[in-house]
Design a protein around this ligand. Sequence first.
Ligand code: 5GP
Ligand code: ZN
Length: 115
Amino acid sequence: MDCLFCKIIKGEIPSNKVYEDDMVYAFHDISPIAPVHFLVIPKEHISGAAAVTPENSAVIAHIFEVIAKVTAEMGLEGGYRVITNNGDDAGQTVKHLHFHVIGGKQLGWSSAQGD
Ligand code: 5GP
Ligand code: ZN
């Protein structure tokens, strides 16, 4: 399958790793929109939030455990935002489920709502 994030998980495309275990991979976004901007993805290919099912949803809970742990280690006590874009209307460019974790500054809300 020609999936960019599956290639990143396999190491076929280099990335700047934040965290990895048997279920998930986290890495810095190539075009950060804030001082902290990394992505957390399941190692299993799931095309997006709309493809989450009872059979594959356990990884979602694990992703949020990882986000809590990694952001604490990064010292983001002041807060951070977790976003997943699903589908073309949301601007999802990579069709492998990913959670953006954004922080390190006071975040506005207007861009998250869309223009
Ligand atoms: P989306 O727009 O699908 O929600 O988010 C895709 C994200 O992946 C974007 O923020 C984009 O900067 C990031 N991205 C795209 N290609 C690469 C890449 O090759 N490496 C890394 N680290 N991030 C990427
Ligand atoms: Zn994939």
